[in-house]
Design a protein around this ligand. Structure first.
Ligand code: UDP
Ligand code: MN
Length: 460
């Protein structure tokens, strides 16, 4: 291990960069009530450890810190510009404010408690210069929270997550580590970025939709930008020869308007709802309470995704993050059961209530059904149940108990939903009188043909 680290340092030290050909960057640092010493350490290390001509400016965005002097004092330093919010905006809107004010063609985002290491900038700028759709991060070393000492971190890590959508560091696979032994300087593709420290071409940042301006305070934005970059044609990389130290803290040293749990869930839901397609249900299964947190209007971000012709979440899982295992699922379909413009609807009924057709509204709710591999047709924990085995029997919602009266299967072609024991199919012919009934199966009958469609906006 030790010899590997030496080999690694040697290989990075031996690297040279054509710094004359690299583009200068605007460094953007947002902060809210940051310790002045940490802010100063960040700014000074940027100036001291970067080739002069590559730093166009350092933009500090003071996110309405209690004391405006924290920022004002730093504005005396060369190249430093300070923008102050007149109310607390959170890190996403603050970073966008900094980015909009930037004069360089490349943006470098840093947290307000970092120390840039020797040659940190050159390898990052080189990667983005060669291909502006790359979004690149340094290896994030550790600045001890207790002693403020600088401690090197492993370069064999990349960013990932579980279905709770919380960022985590992951060891590279054996194959990747082997290949890195041959050339420890090569870029590491990462499914997710930690979020605070990265370099991106400014035009590309703008084109891809900056950040979701309706996210608040902190959290979830790294998830969102990671999905967005990959799904919309870019890539995320960690560049092992670039190292920046960061103070990792156990808790947030600032207030969290709205409560940290709620804000994090709201931001995460916005990312999940826009980018994860039906896979968002695995998040809701993992964090059920999130379903109760309102996430606001996402139509603009959905439009952005459509306008940029971004790929599906399924593509992301298959091509970027195949290591994320998909929970064993008994659900083969979640969404609407449709006949033309009408959808199967609970009509607001609950236990023992009947169901009927109602005009589709595509927002889930009473029209959200899951069809399991075991043949259940479910709305939450209620299952469509045959009330008797005579034709014309009403179909009602009962607690799912797995009994035969709740088992259905789909007959293709035609889309009939037939009971598993009796030759009876879900039929809408009496929808306005008795709701959905079970009638003798007839593949020529339009009132028995059901389409399964996803309600892309389903919210709960
Ligand atoms: N920040 C901000 N406004 C906020 C919350 C955070 O400007 O409302 C800044 C914060 O000062 C820091 C960066 O955003 O520079 C990232 O926050 P933090 O370091 O707390 O996140 P962590 O690194 O712990 O994930
Ligand atoms: Mn931080």
């Amino acid at each position: 291990m030790f010899s590997f680290i030496l080999h690694f340092i040697y290989r990075c030290r031996r690297k040279t960069w054509e710094i004359e050909d690299l583009p200068p960057t605007s460094v953007i640092i947002t902060f809210h009530n940051e310790a002045r010493s940490s802010l100063l350490r960040t700014v000074v290390s940027v100036l001291n450890r970067s080739p002069e001509h590559l730093i166009k400016e350092i933009i500090l965005v003071d996110d309405f810190s209690d004391n405006p002097q924290d920022g004002e004092e730093l504005a005396k330093i060369q190249k430093v510009r300070v923008l102050r919010n007149d109310k607390r905006e959170g890190l996403m809107r603050s970073r966008v404010k900094g980015a909009d004010a930037a004069r360089a063609t490349v943006l470098t985002f840093l947290d307000s408690h970092c120390e840039c290491n020797v040659n940190w900038l050159e390898p990052l700028l080189e990667r983005v210069e060669k291909d502006p759709t790359r979004v690149v991060c340094p290896v994030i070393d550790v600045i001890s929270m207790d002693t403020f000492q600088y401690i090197g971190a492993s370069a064999d890590l990349r960013g990932g997550f579980d279905w709770n959508l919380v960022f985590k560091w992951e060891y590279l696979s054996y194959a990747e580590r082997e290949s890195r032994q041959r050339d420890p300087t090569q870029a590491i593709r990462t499914p997710m970025i930690a979020g605070g420290l990265f370099v991106i071409n400014k035009k590309y940042f703008d084109k891809l939709g900056k950040y979701d301006m309706q996210m608040d305070v902190w959290g979830g934005e790294n998830l969102e930008i990671s999905f967005r970059v990959w799904q919309c044609g870019g890539s995320l990389e960690i560049i092992p020869c670039s190292r920046v130290g960061h103070v990792f803290r156990k808790r947030h040293p600032y207030s969290f308007p709205g409560g940290s749990g709620n804000v994090f869930a709201k931001n995460t839901r916005r990312a999940a709802e826009v980018w994860m397609d039906d896979y968002k249900h695995f998040y809701y299964s993992s964090v059920p309470l999130a379903k109760n947190i309102p996430f606001g209007d996402i139509s603009e971000r959905v439009k952005l995704r459509n306008d940029l012709h971004c790929k599906s979440f399924k593509w992301y899982l298959q091509n970027v993050y195949p290591e994320l295992s998909i929970p064993h699922s008994t659900t083969s379909h979640i969404g609407e059961l449709r006949q033309g413009i009408f959808c199967l609807d609970t009509m607001g009924h609950l236990l023992d209530g009947y169901v009927a057709l109602y005009q589709c509204h595509h927002t889930g709710g009473n029209q959200e059904w899951s069809f399991t591999n075991t043949g259940l047709i479910k709305h939450h924990d209620l299952c469509l149940t045959l009330s008797s085995h005579m034709k014309g029997a009403q179909v009602v919602m009962r607690i799912c108990d797995g009994s035969d009266s709740q088992k259905w299967h789909r007959i293709e072609p035609g889309g009939l939903l037939r009971h598993s024991r009796y030759p009876l199919c879900l039929d809408s012919r009496l929808t306005n009188i008795r709701g959905i009934t079970a009638e003798r199966c007839n593949s020529a009958s339009d009132t028995q043909k059901w389409q399964l469609t996803s309600s892309s906006l389903s919210s709960a």
